[in-house]
Ligand binder design. Sequence first.
Ligand SMILES: NC(=O)C1=CN([C@@H]2O[C@H](COP(=O)(O)OP(=O)(O)OC[C@H]3O[C@@H](n4cnc5c(N)ncnc54)[C@H](OP(=O)(O)O)[C@@H]3O)[C@@H](O)[C@H]2O)C=CC1
Ligand SMILES: CC(C)CCC[C@@H](C)[C@H]1CC[C@H]2C3=C(CC[C@]12C)[C@@]1(C)CCC(=O)[C@@H](C)[C@@H]1CC3
Length: 313
Amino acid sequence: MERVVLVTGASGGVGLALCRRLLGEDGRIHLCLACRNAQKAEATRDLVLQEYPAAQVSTVEVDLGNLASVLRAAQELRCRFQHLDFVYLNAGIMPNPHVNFKALWKGLLTGRLLHMLTTAEGVMTQTDRLNGDGLQEVFTTNLFGHFILIRQLESLLCGNEKPSRLIWTSSSNARESAFSLSDYQHAKGQESYSSSKYATDLTSVVLNRKFNKQGLYSSVVCPGLVMSNMTFKILPVFLWVLLMPIMFLVWLFKQKPEYLDPLVKYHSCTSGLGKNFVEPRKLDVDEETAEKFYQKLLELEGQTLEKYGDLLD
Ligand SMILES: NC(=O)C1=CN([C@@H]2O[C@H](COP(=O)(O)OP(=O)(O)OC[C@H]3O[C@@H](n4cnc5c(N)ncnc54)[C@H](OP(=O)(O)O)[C@@H]3O)[C@@H](O)[C@H]2O)C=CC1
Ligand SMILES: CC(C)CCC[C@@H](C)[C@H]1CC[C@H]2C3=C(CC[C@]12C)[C@@]1(C)CCC(=O)[C@@H](C)[C@@H]1CC3
């Protein structure tokens, strides 16, 4: 039976690179590109088919920041497929990024600069806003839309003959101090991105606890610092070109490979000789907080399903 792989945010950046890599590794998979923009999805499909003409590539329209769209997409996917082998929960946003250069300077004086350049801890702020569902946009797009999607796809992911895998694109920018259970959507602070990625790490830990027995496994990864639309909104392209040699050297530090562990985040790394490998780092997650947060997600899911009852089977 063919393996089906779903990738969200496949229209560019990390998601597109991932699609190419997946087809390069195994040209027999069925790759489904989940994108919010139908035209971009078709253009992406054409692009990957140019490179892999024999590949099976389909598209599905989903705006992860819009829960009605997520429910519609899930319904469509349930009709099309009986099983999903891999789901890459990759789509993400970092709206209105702002770099605190003062903090970087302070970091230089206090010896924390290297850490700051690999995690952006204390360096980045964002301005978030409410979406049409009355939820914070970053929380919904980066985490909750994906959560609803996989919950709605449970029949394709759980209790099947073959196990299924969820791979969340998290970030080394995920930080406990940016997250609070009492404000888990991060409506009050200015680090919605970091909070949403920490919430992602928490969610993955609990999903493993709840669903491993049913054959569903979840991992979080950090792709490293990638030049994409997201990073080009932080600094102009020419500055990145100038900074790249420095940032490349910085990201070359601290690297070693290992096996998949639900309490570990897998960071993409490159050695000084250009060899790509993965470095596991233990998740900074307290399992009790993860469980409490999961209960809050379930509550919010209940409200969402009640609101959109007409979109459910
Ligand atoms: N770039 C980096 O250095 C790092 C990125 N990451 C993570 O990698 C992931 C991909 O980011 P990256 O490729 O860099 O960024 P890009 O902005 O290049 O790509 C983001 C992708 O997500 C899609 N997307 C955004 N909002 C929505 C939405 N509401 N519904 C559906 N799709 C959406 C975009 O679609 P569209 O084309 O329509 O905008 C695009 O395909 C994110 O989760 C990000 O947090 C993690 C660590 C580092
Ligand atoms: C002028 C200075 C010498 C360099 C300033 C560089 C900063 C703009 C970057 C330093 C660390 C970077 C970083 C990210 C964004 C740009 C920086 C703050 C991310 C937050 C991008 C998205 C992610 O998910 C993280 C993994 C990145 C962490 C590092």
